[in-house]
Design a protein. Structure first.
Length: 87
């Protein structure tokens, strides 16, 4: 999605509300990266981040590599972190 789609606009509102609520404690920034099929390089960028240990703290995934990323412990559920932060 992008910041011009309904999903992107919804995420922008979620981020805006989060940043207001946790101002001074947490700050979320959003980067929209097009999918490879649309001329972008999302999976390439994710894989480069894995290789260089520079992935963002939070990413969205919906592709075929999600299970492989989880198995390799590149990604993990956030449940425990959110519970610890009282979110």
């Amino acid at each position: 999605f992008s910041d011009e789609t309904a999903e992107g606009k919804a995420w922008a509102k979620v981020v805006e509300n989060f940043n207001k609520k946790y101002d001074g404690k947490y700050q979320v920034t959003t980067e929209y990266i097009p999918r490879s099929g649309s001329g972008g390089g999302y999976e390439d960028k994710v894989n480069a981040g894995i290789t260089t240990n520079t992935l963002p703290d939070v990413i969205t995934l919906d592709g075929p590599n999600t299970a492989a990323y989880a198995k390799a412990k590149v990604i993990a559920p956030l449940d425990d972190y959110l519970a610890d932060a009282n979110m």
